[in-house]
Design a protein around this ligand. Structure first.
Ligand SMILES: Cc1cc2nc3c(=O)[nH]c(=O)nc-3n(C[C@H](O)[C@H](O)[C@H](O)COP(=O)(O)OP(=O)(O)OC[C@H]3O[C@@H](n4cnc5c(N)ncnc54)[C@H](O)[C@@H]3O)c2cc1C
Length: 955
């Protein structure tokens, strides 16, 4: 850091209440958004309020550096990046100060996430209308910055239609409130020599000077997110709040907003048309709009096929009849279900008559709607996920809109352009408003890649103009489109835009180079600027992604890991709300380290360790991130390198050798159970003093197995994995599973000779883990190769055979055979119950009960919980509810570690503990993971049982 930057950081730290970071990692983490660009800032600050924002902007003036205000950084055009100060409002400025249900208004901080606002407003039957696909992490400030909109824009318009009033900080650090004002008030505000006065004084004159061009030169399409919107000032009251919507942080920094709320539709139903071509699907749009559709959304085959690769969408995608080339999702709102169903019926009938589509599927139940909506909303993410190395689906012509009735012709012409340049692309978008998201796959690091991209972008600008459309309909200009604003809006309007910028921001402090005076779209590209670095040798194989950096660089920074209300990813972000504790933050940090001239040395960096330290290795990112970034594996590999530089801590050695410790503990129980209470011992190992330790059982699963009569079994052989945890501390679970398999007619062999390596992997002891994997694979290979099912009760151990063993032993055919034979014990038991081999008793103590299931994170990520739910549902009369409660916070040894204890409990308190506390005493709690059961017992003082133990009680 140079002296001046150091002084700036120190001044910010002195004057702001919020945190200030200027280390290389923080700067790298905030250098990019979800676009193809990167610009590294000097300093990142996390303001706690408007005073902090004002102080930061005043300092930016004093130090003559730019400043960019940002929310979740999910922008697709590069406008969320900047070279000076980045102000992240998402961390602390996310208050919902007021919901005025009667006045249909909410007062919020700019950092509030759309979905959080919707949850609060939803309690009053209200919502914030515009709904971006990123609603679960993108902020209201970012929506205002980009004039975002969503799939229901035909009903709700764009963000500008929902902004009443804005509290802002101006470019000189002064503060103002923007709202519609009458002429008298405008004149009052125009008096004096403040920047606010100058804006109120000079902007109307500017509009007058360009009135003709304003009327003539704005593209006619209403759904626009590009250029400064002088047309909003041309008529009606003088409303600076509306004017600055969509100005991408270049005119003001927003510190508070009063936004409009809309009543939630009482009913919403949708149908999905299946079509033989994209053009057929687009042709169906008119009928849908004529019937008053609230949304008409297109998804093409490329994206559908990609969805089949994701565990959570596969079944749904496979269940669609035929081989559709395109799907059209049509939504209707209504005051009742019948009112929403009527147009759906008519649409089905009309499409049938007009020959649009070969199949029509209805999504009427909330579950059907949610499932289909998830696939649709995940469209862009899945497209990104299909990247191979640096060949990515880039956002540079992805946001055009034309009149819906001309969309078919437009797509045909656009396809011609792409074909001519030899590019493929996935298509999806909002047909209701003619907005199409097209992301051609381009490798900018290859010779000619940048030139091709630019040529296509230029041709599309011309094509859009010919169709009277807009180049950006919701994603904004950013670094990708601002360069073309002169061409798009004409010389006079563009000159007026520059005057606007000079008026609001005379010294070019606020996000300069965006909207006007932009560098070429080919400047600041991220991928070509990534330095080549010699890849470090790794123990886990990342060959599929071209090495460890490639595996981290799968992250395309769309920020899906910043969601907080659903799923598991990312527990530490959910609890801390800090970018660096999200998967995106960690992936970015690893890319930074692995781009250093000596990546091996960089992997020993303390700051990198700090960033990766709170990763719980839950693996949720592997399944929930559309890009399947596997941070758990990356962290293990990182730890292995970090240990090389710093040595292996005693606690990691102890936890890594958990099987040996547990075996000793069980052999010396009950005495050994006292040892856990010895404070100094815990202290030496860094184990949280509040955390009860699992109790060792002398009668281990292995002892019991030795007493078990020789297995018979006509149903065939099964190997049961005696994992390193339950075998010594909860052997009753293994017993229950083996007894059930016995009863079902299986001949069960207990595999108990060693550890799968799970504990070593999580501690980064990868050489040891490889040896353990190799030994286990050698033992299991004969059965694996014969297709004998290998099952177990502890998902993290069992699924290590399916997952990490392949990365530890790349190319090993024995490991692959074992992985193929590895199944959840629940799957076998469901089959046995369904074919009558295993009978459950309707009069058992567990029959007829309500059961809530908390799935283990690794299971959710790698195998899914469907088989566990199905097994529990086989118990007569039960009601099974699977909790969407995220990670329990324990994550193996993580929650035992003294420095992680508080975070571990905080994660549990986010959703799981409250959900369990809300259950009556009669409800049975089921959890597949040993650590989850421990966390539940500790957190809410309830016994959680393994599902097989519950099913055993039903026999
Ligand atoms: C997978 C994916 C899907 C998307 N789908 C949609 C979609 O359906 N509809 C849509 O409209 N967009 C979509 N986007 C784009 C993006 O998510 C939205 O524009 C979103 O509203 C941006 O919010 P953010 O909090 O991430 O803003 P950021 O990216 O952080 O910022 C956006 C802009 O607003 C400015 N800004 C942020 N906060 C402030 C503030 N306090 N004061 C002044 N300026 C500020 C920034 O400087 C920047 O120019 C999508 C993006 C991705 C990656």
């Amino acid at each position: 850091m140079d002296r001046r930057t150091g002084e700036l950081a120190a001044a910010l730290a002195r004057e702001l209440r919020g945190e200030v970071r200027a280390d290389a990692y923080s700067r790298h983490l905030f250098a990019s958004d979800a676009s193809m660009y990167a610009r590294e800032p000097l300093v990142v600050a996390f303001p706690r309020g408007a005073d902090d924002v004002a102080a930061a902007i005043a300092l930016a003036g004093r130090y003559e550096v730019p400043v960019v205000t940002r929310g979740a950084g999910t922008s697709l055009s590069g406008q969320g990046t900047g070279t000076g100060i980045v102000l992240d409002t998402s961390r602390h400025m996310d208050a919902i100060a007021e919901i005025d249900a009667e006045g249909l208004r909410a007062r919020v901080g700019p950092g509030v996430v759309q979905e959080d606002l919707n949850r609060a407003a939803g309690r009053h039957g209200l919502a914030f209308g515009p709904d971006t696909s990123t609603a679960n992490r993108a902020t209201v400030g970012g929506m205002i910055g980009n004039n975002s909109s969503g799939s229901h824009s035909v009903v709700y318009g764009t963000t500008v239609d929902h902004v009443h009033e804005l509290d802002v900080v101006l470019a000189d650090g002064s503060r103002a409130r923007f709202a519609p004002v009458d002429e008298a008030e405008r004149l009052r505000r125009a008096a004096g020599d403040s920047l606010e006065a100058a804006i109120h004084r000079e902007l109307p004159a500017l509009v007058e000077r360009h009135r003709e061009a304003i009327a003539r030169d704005y593209p006619p399409h209403w759904r626009a997110a590009g250029g400064y919107r002088l047309d909003r000032l041309a008529d009606g009251p003088f409303d600076l709040a509306r004017f600055v919507v969509g100005s991408e942080g270049t005119l003001v920094a927003i510190t508070g907003a009063t936004v409009r709320l809309v009543p939630l539709p009482k009913a919403r139903l949708f149908g999905v048309g299946l079509f033989e071509s994209v053009s057929d699907a687009i042709a169906g749009t008119d009928d849908a709009l004529a019937l008053g559709a609230a949304a008409v959304e297109l998804m093409d085959r490329t994206i559908l096929d990609l969805s089949r690769r994701k565990l959570e969408f596969r079944a749904l995608a496979d269940s669609l009849p035929g081989e559709p080339e395109a799907l059209l999702f049509v939504t209707f709102f209504g005051d009742s279900v019948d009112a929403a169903r009527a147009p759906l019926d008519r649409l089905e009938e009309t499409w049938g008559r007009h020959g649009h589509g070969y199949e029509f599927i209805r999504a009427e139940t909330p579950a059907e709607q949610e499932a289909l909506t998830k696939v649709r909303q995940a469209g862009l993410g899945m497209l990104m996920a299909s990247s191979r190395g640096a060949r990515r689906p880039l956002a540079f012509v992805e946001d055009t809109a034309v009149a819906p009735e001309r969309l078919g012709d437009y797509v045909a012409r656009l396809t011609e352009i792409l074909d001519r340049h030899g590019l493929t692309a996935g298509l999806y978008g909002h047909c209701s408003v003619g907005c199409l998201h097209v992301r051609p796959f381009v490798d900018l690091t290859e010779p000619g890649g940048i030139e091709t991209m630019r040529a296509v972008a230029e041709e599309v600008v011309e094509l859009v103009a010919e169709f009277g459309g807009v180049n950006s309909s919701e994603h904004g200009d950013g670094l990708v489109r601002s360069e073309f604003n002169g061409r798009i809006f004409g010389d006079e309007l563009y000159a007026a835009f520059r005057e606007v910028k000079r008026l609001f921001d005379p010294h070019g402090r606020l996000n300069p180079g965006v909207m006007v005076d932009a560098a070429p779209m080919t400047a600041n590209l991220r991928d070509p600027a990534l330095p080549a670095a010699p890849p470090p040798a790794t123990t886990l194989s990342f060959a599929e992604h071209g090495g460890m950096r490639g595996a981290a660089d799968r992250c395309q920074r769309i920020g899906a890991c910043r969601k907080t209300a659903t799923g598991v990813m990312c527990p530490s972000y959910m609890a801390t709300r800090e970018e660096e504790h999200s998967t995106r933050g960690r992936a970015n940090a690893l890319v930074h380290a692995l781009s250093q001239p000596d990546p091996q040395a960089a992997l020993g960096d303390e700051r990198l360790h700090e960033i990766l330290y709170l990763c719980l290795e839950c693996k949720a990112c592997k399944s929930e991130c559309p890009l399947s970034v596997d941070m758990a594996s990356l962290k293990s590999e990182f730890l292995a390198h970090y240990h090389e530089a710093h040595g292996v801590p005693l606690r990691s050695r102890a936890f890594g050798a958990i099987r040996t410790l547990n075996r000793l503990g069980a052999a010396t129980a009950p005495l050994s159970n006292l040892a856990g209470r010895v404070g100094p011992l815990r202290g030496a190992l860094g184990i949280a003093r509040q955390r009860p330790l699992p109790r060792f059982r002398r009668d281990t699963l292995m002892r019991w197995d030795r007493r078990r009569p020789a297995p018979g079994g006509a149903r065939g052989d099964v190997v049961f994995l005696a994992d390193s945890f339950t075998s010594f501390t909860e052997p009753a679970i293994g017993r229950a599973a083996i007894e059930l398999l016995d009863l079902a007619g299986y001949r069960v062999r207990l595999e108990s000779a060693g550890c799968c390596g799970r504990a070593s992997i999580s501690k980064g002891l990868l050489e040891r883990a490889r040896a353990q994997a190799d030994a286990m694979v050698a033992r299991l290979a004969p059965e694996g190769e014969r297709g004998v099912p290998i099952v177990g009760c502890e998902p993290s151990c069992l699924l290590t055979l399916r997952e990490e063993h392949l990365a530890l032993l790349p190319g090993d055919e024995r490991a692959q055979a074992v992985a193929r034979s590895t199944r959840l014990v629940e799957e076998l038991l469901v089959e046995a119950i369904d074919d009558g081999a295993l009978k459950l008793d309707p009069a058992s103590a567990v029959s007829g009960r309500r059961i809530v299931l908390h799935g283990h994170c690794h299971q959710k990520a790698l195998a899914g919980t469907a088989a566990t739910v199905a097994l529990l549902e086989r118990i007569p009369g039960v009601e099974v509810v699977e909790l969407d409660a995220g990670c329990c916070g324990m994550a193996g040894s993580f929650g035992f570690e003294a420095e992680h204890y508080e975070l571990s409990m905080r994660i549990g308190e986010l959703r799981l503990f409250p959900a369990l506390r809300a259950e009556g005493a009669e409800t049975l709690v089921a959890a597949t993971g040993a650590s989850c059961r421990q966390q539940i017992a500790h957190g809410v003082e309830r016994e959680a049982r393994h599902p097989v133990a519950i099913v055993r009680a039903a026999v």
